[in-house]
Design a protein around this ligand. Structure first.
Ligand SMILES: NC(=O)C[C@H](N)C(=O)O
Length: 329
């Protein structure tokens, strides 16, 4: 039997004014999810089942931007999306435009397992969800108060911002100078990214990846980001599993997740080298991060944002971090 490994993220780009309590809540959630993943892996569960289970947990908790607690569109609605990929056979399923499905990642899994297709969106995806009997919730279940405040704030200020301005968490106004986006691309703010993802290699050396998100605050209704797109937000093959987070438009252009796998496959780079290559060379613009595992049981991560909620576990232990440093737990 080979070495298992698991990594999770709760989004790249962290509000610099994030309270200690919010940081603690995020770390506790990451730790709880890692522990669940570790016990599943020790019990010989398959990588694809573990990534689905852990992303479900992350969706159910309002701490991050996925499932309950998703960020809001420019119309104040929720449009969730998710994808899952099994490295064994390179099978993939994705969903977008969900407003009542409790666990988008599980619907993505059903698209992969139970349809001849790979990707369902909006009304068709929700019709499929109903036919499958997956759990649904009222629209209000997904919307938490804090996300409304952030949407109002995003609407009030200049929409062509780059990354995070320093935000005073009480007044929700920028502290000091607001960094203006150079070469503005997407014309919406970038607040509370916090997408979630999980990558796993199980004891048999099988890799899997899953990513789930509400997208970006103030996104146009109908906008699809990187999280559900194969090769951009999520990728898994025989060599590795990758989940990305950050400014979707740039992740899409870079095909960031596939870039890690391709560098390993065709250039023979190690997992760590391939991750560094993707973050440093393929992301010319935009803030993003990613987590990855290899079929040898290695873990790697990288980000060019001011931080990334993340954690990983191997037989050697468990580490969690938000800013530059990782801490053993
Ligand atoms: N925070 C994120 O990771 C957002 C996601 N990549 C998107 O573009 O929707």
């Amino acid at each position: 039997m080979g070495k298992w490994a698991i990594a999770i993220h709760g989004g790249a780009g962290v509000d610099p004014t994030l309270s200690d309590k919010a940081q603690k809540d995020a770390k506790q959630l990451l730790e709880r999810c890692l522990k669940l993943g570790v016990s599943d892996l020790r019990a010989n569960k398959a990588a694809i089942d573990v990534v689905e289970r852990i992303v479900k947990e992350l969706e159910d908790d309002p701490v991050f931007n996925a499932g309950k607690g998703s960020v809001l569109t420019n119309k104040g609605t929720v449009e969730m999306e998710a994808s899952i990929m099994d490295g064994q056979g390179r099978k993939y399923g994705a969903v977008s435009g969900l407003s009542i499905v409790k666990n988008p990642v599980s619907l993505a899994r059903r698209v992969m397992d139970k349809t001849p297709h790979s990707y369902l969106a909006f009304a068709g995806a929700e019709e499929f969800a109903r036919a499958q009997g997956v759990e649904e919730k009222e629209k209000s279940y997904f919307i938490v108060e804090d996300r409304k405040k952030v949407l109002n704030y995003a609407k009030k200020i200049n929409e062509t911002l780059f990354g995070y301005p320093e935000i005073d968490s009480k007044t929700l106004k920028p502290k000091g100078e607001v960094p203006l986006r150079k070469n503005a691309q997407p014309s919406f703010g970038y607040y509370r990214p916090e997408t979630v993802g999980c990558v796993v290699v199980d004891k048999r050396g099988m890799c899997a990846a899953a990513t789930s998100t509400g997208g970006m605050t103030n996104k146009m209704v109908g906008r699809i980001g990187s999280a559900p797109i194969i090769g951009a937000g999520t990728y898994a093959c025989e060599l590795c599993g990758v989940s990305c987070t950050g400014e979707g438009e740039f992740i899409l252009r870079a095909m960031l997740a596939r870039e890690v796998a391709a560098a390993m496959e065709y250039k023979g780079l190690s997992l760590k080298e391939a991750v560094e290559n993707a973050i440093n060379k393929r992301l010319d613009k935009g803030q993003a991060g990613l987590i990855a595992v290899s079929n040898k049981g290695e873990v790697a991560y990288g980000f060019n944002s001011n931080g990334m909620f993340r954690g990983f576990a191997t037989e050697d232990g468990m580490e969690i971090g938000i800013w530059d440093k990782m801490f053993k737990v």
